[in-house]
Design a protein around this ligand. Structure first.
Ligand code: NAD
Length: 287
């Protein structure tokens, strides 16, 4: 069977993952339920490949060939040919459960289902399929075509062969894989919870504003981005879903409690860069 990578979800992460796989020489089937998401995803891939050429990280040939290797579709059955599917749809267990069950019915017996979930249980996702030994976490970071780290998460039933196949794949993608156990938020999102949480509390209490908190964290902490800039990049909706998921899975441990500001911003559709408004405005940036 030819080595084909399926990617489910063409949003912020899915389109970056598709690009990474195509640049590594794989044929990619990028699936989404929304045609508009596929069109937007393809545009983003095109822009990022162009940037790669402009920065001399890619040749024109590499960029063009990678673009051609990505096929977009709203037809789920086309994923059947994939040897590995990387799921990057919305961070909701109910939605991922439906996708995993459908993938399990659709894919060849030996194919692996990897998920880019930031916080959900790999064990629980594996358990909705008949192939929990071939279900694994493959957690990329945003922007996926730039960030090197990939957390590989072994669920209770994930086989060592699956972990080793996905670790090799991450390396082929030019990434640095790190093994994490199946705990809510894994390593990075667990460490990052107080980063966002305390910043939101400071903002909520009126101690300081977002720009000032970001500035201090960067200047004195040496961080590349402050918590509010990072939440705008991630997507306020995605960050809220992850916050809620970690909070739920730790049985409402207070230190993980989401902040009402997050919910208010989602209700107001202030989702960060993707809606051009979040903690900051991005109206001047090209679409
Ligand atoms: N945004 C980040 O910084 C980041 C970083 C690492 C991991 N993640 C994880 O990656 C996943 C995707 O996040 P994102 O930021 O790309 O989200 P996003 O909102 O940008 O994109 C999600 C996409 O999933 C699609 N979708 C929804 N339901 C679907 C279904 N049933 N089948 C197929 N596609 C469906 C949507 O149409 C949308 O295009 C989440 O699990 C998230 O936790 C996000």
């Amino acid at each position: 069977m030819a080595n084909i990578i399926g990617v489910v979800g063409a949003g912020t992460m899915g389109n970056g993952i598709a690009q990474v796989a195509a640049l590594a020489g794989y044929s990619v089937i990028l699936y989404d339920i929304e045609q508009s998401a596929l069109e937007h995803g393809q545009k983003e891939i095109g822009k990022n490949l162009e940037k790669g050429v402009a920065k001399k990280k890619l040749t024109v040939k590499q960029s063009e060939e990678a673009g051609k290797r990505i096929q977009t579709t709203v037809d789920f059955t086309l994923l059947k040919k994939s040897t590995t599917v990387i799921e990057a749809a919305v961070e909701r267990f109910d939605i991922k459960k439906g996708i995993f069950q459908r993938l399990d019915e659709t894919l060849q017996h030996e194919s692996i289902i990897a998920t880019n979930t930031s916080s959900l249980s790999i064990t629980a996702l594996g358990a909705v399929t008949k192939r929990p030994d071939r279900v694994v976490g493959m957690h990329f970071f945003n922007p996926a075509h730039i960030m090197k780290l990939v957390e590989i998460i072994k669920g209770q039933e994930t086989s060592h062969t699956t972990v080793s196949r996905i670790t090799s794949l991450a390396k082929e993608f030019g990434k640095t894989p790190v093994l994490a156990s199946d705990t809510p938020g894994f390593i990075v999102n667990r460490v990052a919870r107080p980063f966002y949480g305390e910043a939101l509390r400071l903002l909520g209490e009126g101690v300081s504003d977002a720009a000032e908190i970001d500035r201090i964290v960067k200047k004195s902490g040496g961080f590349k981005m402050g918590p509010f800039e990072l939440m705008d990049l991630i997507g306020i909706d995605v960050n809220l879903s992850v916050s809620k998921s970690v909070y739920e899975q730790y049985f409402h441990e207070s230190r993980y409690r989401p902040h009402p500001i997050q919910q208010q911003m989602v209700d107001a559709n202030l989702l960060g860069r993707k809606t051009k408004r979040g903690f900051y405005g991005y109206d001047s940036e090209e679409a």
